[in-house]
Design a protein around this ligand. Structure first.
Ligand code: T1G
Ligand code: NAD
Length: 726
C-alpha cells in the first residue's frame, strides 16, 4: 500500500499508506517499488517525494512479519533503498510524525530529508534485539560519524527533528506543510548533481582513537544492558562501516542481522513489544479501555512528601499538572519542599531551551500546604503516607469530606487492601490504587489496582494519566502485595534460605546480575532499606518485640522462616542509609558497596548456632530457587485472575523490578525454559523443602504442562478462573 500521484507536473509523490504507523509490510514495500519504477519510467517526472499518510512517515519494518512466510520477504527493503539511492532522479523524504528503524533507513536512502519540527527519528531496532538491517549501520556512520552513530544505534533512542538537524540527519525542518516543502525542495533539486547526495558514496570519517571509542561503547553497554546481545553486535556492524567498502559492509550487516533476528532474545523482545501494547487494552467485567470515558486531570494533590510523594509530585509537574502537596507538619513540609525543589531543578536542567532557562516555571506548579481544605477543587489525589491502614483510612475520611464528589482518590499503598481503604469513603467507585515505583519520577511502571467497586471510568482516567506521566499502566486486581510485591515475597524468602545453606549475598547477586537484573536482590534491599521489609513482617506478626516467647527462630506457623534479615535490622544494618546492610559502604548514604567480612562471620556463626550443614550452591540452583518460586507465584496470580494475562506480569517485572527485558519477563522466560522443566524443579524443591509452600507447584502450571505447554498467548484459554478478582 503506497499511493502514487503527480504533483506540480514534474514531482512524483509516493505516499506510504498502512495505518496506524505505515509499517513497511509486504504490500507497502511492493507499493514503494512500483512507485519508484513508475517515476523512473515517466520522462515527465523529474523528482520524487516520499511521505507517509496521516502525518506519520514510517515506524519501520512490520514487526509481526518477522516470523512470517519467507516467500513474502521479497522485495527486500534493503534492495528497494539501494535502488532508490541509485536513482538519477532526486528523491526527497518528507518526515512527519516518526521515521523509525526501517523508516529512517528509507529516509537515509533518499537524497534529501526534510522534517516537521515535532517529528521523531531513530533506529530503535536494538530494542527489538536486532540491528538496523536495511543499511542503517553503514549509512548513518557515513552521515554523522562514528560517535553519534554508535550512540543512536546502540541506544535505539528517538530524537527530535531539531537534534537530527544539528547532527545532519535531516537537511531542513519546517513547522508545517512538510510535504509541500518537500515538493518545493524536490523541484529545486531537479537538475542538480545527485552523486554527492548519495550517502553510500561517502567515506566514514574514522577517528584516530576508534578502538578506544568502540571499547568505551562496549563497556557502557555491558554495564547498562547486561546480557543483551544486540547492542554488542551493533558495535560490530559500525566497526565494519569503518573498515569495509559500502557494499561489503552491507553484506556483513545482513549476516549479523540474520543471526540476531532468529535469536531467542529477539523473540523475547518482540513479545515484550506487543505485551506492552496489550496491557493498555485492559478489560474488567464492568468495562474496558474502549468504552471507559477518561476524565481530564487538570489539577492534582499529593498527600505525604516522603520518598514516594516527592517523586510522584515531580512526575505530575513534569506532565504539566499543577500539584497541591500536603504534609502532616511544618517540619516535614519544609523537608519535602526542599527535596521536591531539588528534583525539579534536575528536571529543568534536562529540558529543552527555553523551558530550562529558569526552573521557576516548574517550581510554581507546586503549592505546599498543611490544610486539607485546600484540596477542595482538585481533580485527583494521590495518597503516599506511611504504610499503615489506620492512618490511610483517616486520610481517606478527610479527603471524602473535603474533595469535590467527582474527584478521584488514589492510594500509593504497596500492598494494603484497596477495598478496605475505599470502605471509609462515600465514593468507592472513585477509589483506586496507583502503585508507583521508586524513584517515582523515573520508574516507568504504574500498577493500577482495581478495587471491588472501582468504576471503569476511574480505571480509564488513571490509565490515561499514566500515559501522560510517560508511564506504563498495568491494571491488576486487589490482593496483598498486588502482582509485583506478591511475587517478590517468595523470591526474597528463598534467596535468604540460600544464605542459611551456604551462599553469600554477593554470590547470589552476581548470579542474578549475570542473568541480567540491573541489581541483585540484596543490593536492591540495601538501596530501599532493610527496615521496610522488617516493618511489614512485624505487621504480619512474624518478627519484632511482640513475638510470643518460645517462637522457634526458624519457623513461623509451621512454615520455614529465615530470621537473618531481622537480625541484621536489630544490629542496626538498615542498608545504604546506615552504611551497612547486606554489604558495607564507605559511609552512611554511600552508594559503592563491597562485601562485608562481618556478614561472612555472622553467617558462619548463625549456621553453627542452628546446626546447618553448609554446602556449595551452584549457579543453576541459585537461579532456580530464586526465580522459580517467583514464577510459581505468577501462575497462582493468573489462576486467581489478579493479572489479566502473562503479558501483564511480564511488563510489571520488566518495568518495575529490573527484570531483563531480553528474556521477555518471568512468565515468558518460564515458557522458554520449558514449563515441564520448571514444574519438575519445583516438585524437586518442594519435596526437599516441604515447609516452603512457595515451592509447591501451582495448579495452573500443572494444567499447562498437561495441556502440552502452549505459548503464553494461549494460557488464558487453558483456564477460566471462577473467582475472578479483576
Ligand atoms: N510494526 C508493526 N506494528 C507496529 C509497529 C511496527 N513497526 N509500530 C507500531 N505498531 C503498532 C503497535 O503494535 C500498535 O498496534 C499501533 O501500531 C500503535 O502503536 C529493517 C528490521 C511508532 C513510536 O521499533 O516505537 O525497522 O496495539 O501503541 O504510542 O532495520 O509504536 O494498536 O494493535 O506504540 O503512538 C523498528 C516501533 C522496526 C518502532 C508509535 N521500529 N514502534 O507509538 O502507538 S524493525 C520500531 C514504536 C526495523 C529495519 C528493522 C511506536 C511508535 P495496536 P503504539 P504510539
Ligand atoms: P515515607 O516514610 O518516605 O513518607 C511518608 C510521608 O508521609 C512522610 O513524609 C510523613 O510525614 C507523611 N505523612 C504521614 N502521615 C501523614 C498525614 N496524616 N498527612 C500527610 N502526610 C503524612 O514513605 P514512602 O516510602 O514515601 O511510602 C509512602 C507510601 O508509598 C507507603 O504506602 C508505601 O508503602 C508506598 N510505597 C513505597 C515505596 C518505596 O520504595 N518507598 C514504593 C512503592 C510504594
Amino acid at each position: 500500500m503506497a499511493r502514487y500521484s503527480c504533483e506540480s507536473q514534474s514531482v512524483a509523490l509516493i505516499t506510504l499508506t498502512n495505518p496506524p504507523v505505515n509499517a513497511l509490510s509486504y504490500a507497502v514495500r511492493q507499493g514503494i517499488l512500483a512507485g519508484l519504477r513508475k517515476a523512473s519510467a515517466d520522462p515527465a517526472v523529474k523528482s520524487v517525494v516520499l511521505c507517509g499518510a496521516n502525518g506519520k512517515f514510517c515506524a519501520g519494518a512490520e514487526i509481526s512479519e518477522f516470523n512470517s512466510d519467507p516467500t513474502r520477504r521479497l522485495p527486500m527493503l534493503v534492495d528497494i533503498i539501494n535502488l532508490m539511492e541509485k536513482s538519477d532522479k532526486p528523491v526527497v523524504a518528507a518526515i512527519e510524525g516518526v521515521a523509525l528503524g526501517g523508516g529512517l533507513e528509507v529516509a537515509l536512502g533518499c537524497h534529501y530529508r526534510i522534517a516537521q519540527c515535532q517529528a521523531k527519528v531513530g533506529l530503535p531496532e536494538v530494542t527489538l534485539g536486532i540491528l538496523p538491517g536495511a543499511g542503517g549501520t553503514q549509512r548513518l556512520p557515513r552521515l554523522v560519524g562514528v560517535n553519534a552513530a554508535l550512540d543512536i544505534i546502540t541506544s535505539g533512542r528517538h530524537m527530535l527533528a531539531s537534534e537530527a538537524l544539528k547532527l545532519g540527519i535531516v537537511d531542513e525542518i519546517v513547522d508545517s506543510n512538510t510535504v509541500e516543502a518537500a515538493i518545493a525542495l524536490a523541484k529545486k533539486a531537479e537538475g542538480l548533481p545527485i552523486g554527492p547526495r548519495r550517502i553510500c558514496s561517502k567515506t566514514v570519517q574514522c577517528p584516530d582513537n576508534l578502538e578506544a571509542i568502540l571499547d568505551e561503547a562496549t563497556k557502557k553497554i555491558k554495564k547498562q544492558a547486561r546480557g543483551a546481545l544486540s547492542p554488542l553486535v551493533c558495535i560490530q556492524a559500525v566497526r565494519m562501516a569503518t573498515q569495509l567498502p559500502f557494499s561489503e559492509g552491507m553484506k556483513k550487516e545482513r549476516e549479523l542481522f540474520n543471526t540476531l533476528v532468529t535469536s531467542g532474545q529477539a523473540s523475547a523482545l518482540r513479545y515484550a513489544f506487543f505485551a506492552q501494547r496489550a496491557v493498555e487494552k485492559w478489560t474488567t467485567p464492568s468495562g474496558n479501555w474502549k468504552t471507559a470515558v477518561a476524565l481530564p486531570i487538570h489539577t492534582a494533590a499529593v498527600i505525604g512528601l516522603g520518598t514516594m510523594g516527592r517523586g510522584i509530585t515531580v512526575s505530575l509537574v513534569k506532565a504539566g499538572i499543577p500539584v497541591i502537596a500536603l504534609e502532616d507538619n511544618q517540619r516535614q513540609l519544609d523537608i519535602g519542599k526542599k527535596a521536591v525543589e531539588a528534583l525539579l531543578g534536575q528536571v529543568a536542567q534536562k529540558l529543552e531551551p527555553p523551558e530550562n532557562k529558569n526552573d521557576s516555571n516548574l517550581l510554581s506548579r507546586v503549592k505546599y500546604t498543611l490544610n486539607f481544605a485546600e484540596l477542595r477543587d482538585v481533580d485527583l489525589v494521590i495518597e503516599a503516607v506511611f504504610e499503615d491502614m489506620m492512618l490511610k483510612k483517616g486520610v481517606f475520611r478527610k479527603l471524602t469530606a473535603v474533595c469535590k464528589p467527582e474527584a478521584f482518590l488514589c492510594t500509593n499503598t504497596s500492598g494494603l487492601d484497596v477495598d478496605q481503604i475505599a470502605s471509609v469513603t462515600t465514593r468507592p467507585e472513585r477509589v483506586i490504587g496507583t502503585h508507583f515505583f521508586a524513584p517515582a519520577h523515573v520508574m516507568k511502571l504504574l500498577e493500577v489496582v482495581r478495587g471491588h467497586r472501582t468504576s471503569p471510568q476511574t480505571i480509564g482516567t488513571v490509565m490515561k494519566l499514566a500515559k501522560a506521566l510517560n508511564k506504563i499502566g498495568v491494571v491488576v486486581g486487589n490482593c496483598p502485595g498486588f502482582v509485583g510485591n506478591r511475587m517478590l515475597a517468595p523470591y526474597s524468602e528463598n534467596a535468604c534460605f540460600l544464605l542459611e545453606e551456604g551462599s553469600q549475598p554477593e554470590e547470589v547477586d552476581r548470579v542474578l546480575e549475570e542473568f541480567g537484573f540491573a541489581m541483585g536482590l540484596f543490593r536492591v534491599i540495601d538501596l530501599s532499606g532493610l527496615d521496610v521489609g522488617w516493618r511489614s513482617r512485624r505487621e504480619k506478626g512474624l518478627t519484632g518485640p511482640e513475638l510470643p516467647p518460645g517462637t522457634p527462630p526458624r519457623s513461623r506457623n509451621g512454615k520455614r522462616y529465615c530470621p537473618i534479615p531481622d537480625l541484621l535490622v536489630e544490629n542496626g544494618r538498615l542498608g545504604q542509609k546506615t552504611g551497612k546492610g547486606w554489604y558495607q559502604y564507605v559511609k552512611p548514604g554511600g552508594r559503592v558497596s563491597s562485601p562485608d567480612p562481618w556478614i561472612q562471620d555472622f553467617l558462619k556463626s548463625y549456621r553453627l548456632t542452628h546446626n546447618i550443614k553448609t554446602r556449595y550452591i551452584d549457579q543453576d540452583e541459585i537461579i532456580e530457587r530464586c526465580l522459580y518460586p517467583l514464577i510459581n507465584e505468577g501462575f497462582k496470580i493468573l489462576e486467581e485472575d489478579i493479572a489479566a494475562g502473562p503479558e501483564d506480569i511480564d511488563i510489571i517485572y520488566i518495568y518495575g523490578y529490573g527484570w531483563p527485558k531480553h528474556t521477555g519477563g518471568p512468565m515468558y522466560y518460564a515458557w522458554t525454559v520449558g514449563l515441564p522443566k520448571v514444574l519438575s524443579k519445583l516438585e524437586k524443591y518442594s519435596e526437599a523443602y516441604p515447609d516452603v509452600p512457595s515451592m509447591k507447584p501451582s495448579n495452573l502450571l500443572r494444567k499447562l504442562v498437561s495441556n502440552g505447554s502452549p505459548s503464553p498467548s494461549q494460557w488464558r484459554t487453558v483456564t477460566r478462573p471462577s473467582n475472578s478478582k479483576l
